[in-house]
Design a protein around this ligand. Structure first.
Ligand SMILES: CCCCCCCCCCCCCC(=O)SCCNC(=O)CCNC(=O)[C@H](O)C(C)(C)COP(=O)(O)OP(=O)(O)OC[C@H]1O[C@@H](n2cnc3c(N)ncnc32)[C@H](O)[C@@H]1OP(=O)(O)O
Ligand SMILES: [Mg+2]
Length: 276
């Protein structure tokens, strides 16, 4: 599968943040250290990370959907390298939560007035939920959003974190934290799929992974929107065909993911209009 988008435009010039980096891409906000690889992490030069950065930047949507009239939420897709392989950090929601108790999801939540954008939301929520300090995250990009069952527009923000990060889960919101090799979301050992009709009548495929975690000696079920984001991330980074069917044209991953989102969004818009 070839990437069908060019690298984002020319370098944005000398970076005014205190670090000496050449302002490498969309994840790095000029004038701040936010998303700056040089200041966020001790100069990771791991091959897997370099390749992933390169691929992810081609799929950055930036602020593209920020004007859509839906309530907003954002999740952080925290990537780390363990034993030379990329891994994703996931959480299990506390059983006390009103929505989706006990389900696996990424650190994240609803936008607050103090958040400037989806990156702020994802970083703030990750700090609140698992104790991840924003300056310990190298933000790489924002991927194509999804829409949850409450019709929140949910933007996945991808960031690298250090393998040595010590989680401190907030028990009000998170009961467990675990990591899964990213390859599992293209080559799973235990996978099911089913079709699902959203409240707006849009039919979609839902992925459902069961991951047997050696460290916790237990299995976690990862499905729905969380699985949707994990699969898309793995497709972007590995650029390989998964061992199961997906709703994308893999030779045109960016445009087909955009069509997928646009069709889902249109179904919600149509439903709202017909209810007026
Ligand atoms: C392109 C389109 C794609 C479409 C998808 C295709 C796939 C198909 C999908 C099909 C299936 C679709 C369906 C599935 O996928 S269900 C399948 C599995 N589940 C998932 O995938 C989870 C998906 N959901 C999420 O990731 C989150 O819910 C999102 C990110 C959307 C919202 O974030 P979240 O929900 O995490 O929000 P929050 O962190 O701001 O707040 C959480 C709550 O915690 C309260 N709180 C806060 N602080 C404290 C505190 N100190 N003490 C006590 N409580 C505290 C706070 O008031 C709030 O309470 P409430 O107000 O909720 O009651
Ligand atoms: Mg949350």
């Amino acid at each position: 599968m070839g990437a069908e988008r060019e690298e984002p435009g020319p370098a944005r010039g000398a970076c005014p943040c205190p670090c000496p980096c050449p302002c490498p891409g969309p994840g790095h906000e000029r004038g701040t250290a936010r998303g700056c690889p040089s200041s966020a992490l001790p100069a990771p030069r791991h091959g897997a990370m370099e390749r992933a950065r390169h691929r992810l930047r081609q799929f950055d949507i930036g602020d593209r959907f920020s004007g859509l009239p839906l309530p907003r939420a954002a999740v952080l897709l925290p990537l780390m390298v363990r034993a030379g392989r990329l891994h994703l950090l996931l959480t299990v929601r506390s059983l006390q939560l009103r929505r989706s108790p006990g389900e696996v999801c990424f650190p994240g939540g609803k936008r607050e007035d103090s958040d400037r954008d989806d990156i702020d939301t994802a970083l703030r929520e990750a700090k609140e939920e698992v104790g991840l300090q924003p300056e310990k995250v190298e933000v790489i990009c924002r991927l194509m959003p999804g829409i949850d069952k409450m019709n929140n527009l949910v933007t996945p923000v991808v960031g690298f974190i250090e393998e040595t990060f010590q989680v401190t889960p907030n028990p009000d919101e998170v009961s467990e934290v675990f990591v899964v090799p990213l390859e599992y979301f293209v080559k799973p050992l235990d996978y099911k799929t089913f079709s699902y009709k959203t409240s707006s009548g849009y039919s979609t495929r839902v992925h459902c992974f069961t991951y047997h975690d050696q460290e916790h000696r237990k299995s976690f079920k990862i499905w729905g929107l969380t699985a949707h984001f994990a699969v898309f991330l793995a497709l972007v980074i590995f650029g390989e065909r998964p061992t199961f069917e997906v709703d994308y044209d893999l030779d045109n991953l960016f445009s087909s993911s955009e069509n997928y989102f646009t069709n889902l969004y249109a179904s919600i818009h149509e439903r709202k209009k017909s209810n007026l």
